[in-house]
Design a protein around this ligand. Sequence first.
Ligand SMILES: Nc1ncnc2c1ncn2[C@@H]1O[C@H](COP(=O)(O)OP(=O)(O)OP(=O)(O)O)[C@@H](O)[C@H]1O
Ligand SMILES: [Mg+2]
Length: 259
Amino acid sequence: MSKVISFATQKGGSGKSTLALVLAAPLAIEYGLKIAILDCDYQQSIVKTRQQLDEPSLAILRESDPAADYPYDVFPMSLKSIFDFIDNPENDYDLIIIDIPGRADGEDVFNALTGCDAVIVPLVSDYLDRASTAEFMGILEALKKAADKAEVDFQYFGLATKRISGRREEKEMDDYIDELGLSRFQSYLSHRMVYSRASTLHSLLTPAYRNYAGGTKDSSEEIRRVCDELIEKLDLPRRKADVGVELEETTDTTPTEIK
Ligand SMILES: Nc1ncnc2c1ncn2[C@@H]1O[C@H](COP(=O)(O)OP(=O)(O)OP(=O)(O)O)[C@@H](O)[C@H]1O
Ligand SMILES: [Mg+2]
C-alpha cells in the first residue's frame, strides 16, 4: 500500500507546492523511492513546472540519452478523484504526495485530508499566521481523534518553512506550537531562493543541479534532514543505503542542458 501525504494549510502562499517540489525529486533520485504527485490545485503549479520548465530540458537530455526520463510521476487531478487513484492497486507507489489548493476549506479538501497517512502543515512564522495555523491544526487534531476511533492511521505535523535564521518570530512559532502540544518536524527549510527553483526533473540534492540553481551544502543538508525525518516518521523504505556518501562522491552529473 502506498503512503499518502499532503502539504496543507488554510494560508495561501505558505510554501505547500514548493515543499512538494523540493522533496519529491530527492526522494525519488537520491533515496530511490517510487513517487507520484497528484496536483489537485486549480493553479496547477506542479503540472506547469513540469510542462513549461522541465519538458524542454528533458527533450534536450533525450538527444544524448534516449532513455532519460522524469524521476517521478505527476498527475493533474480533481480532489474528488484522488480516492480512485489511491485505491487502485496498479498505482503501487512508495509515496503519493497530494498538492492541495491554496484555500484549504470546504468539504472536498476535508475529505482529501482524511485519505492521507500524514498531513504536513507548513509553518510560516509571522505573527498573524499563528492563530490560523493553530486553528487548522486543531481541525487536524479532530480528524486524528476520528481516525484513532476508527483504528485508521493518521498523523499530522507542522514543518517550518521560509525560515529566516535568528529571527525572533521563528523561536516564538516553535514555542507556540509546542505549548499547544502539536507535533512538528525538528528539521525545516530556510527562506532560500534555491527552493523556488526546484525542478520535477532534477534534484536539488544532486550537486550539479544544486549549484546551477544557486544552492549550497547548507541547502542540501536541510533537504536531506527533512527527507530523513519524513522517511522515519512515515516508516518509508530506504532503497539507497547512504545518501550522504553518494552525494559527496558524485562527480560529473551535470545535466547536458546546463553544461
Ligand atoms: N523555503 C522557501 N524559500 C524561499 N521562497 C519560498 C520558499 N517556499 C516557498 N517560497 C516561495 O513562496 C511563494 C509561495 O510558495 P508556494 O507556491 O509553494 O505556496 P503554496 O502554499 O503552494 O501557495 P498556494 O496557496 O497559492 O497554493 C513562491 O513564490 C515560492 O517560490
Ligand atoms: Mg500551491
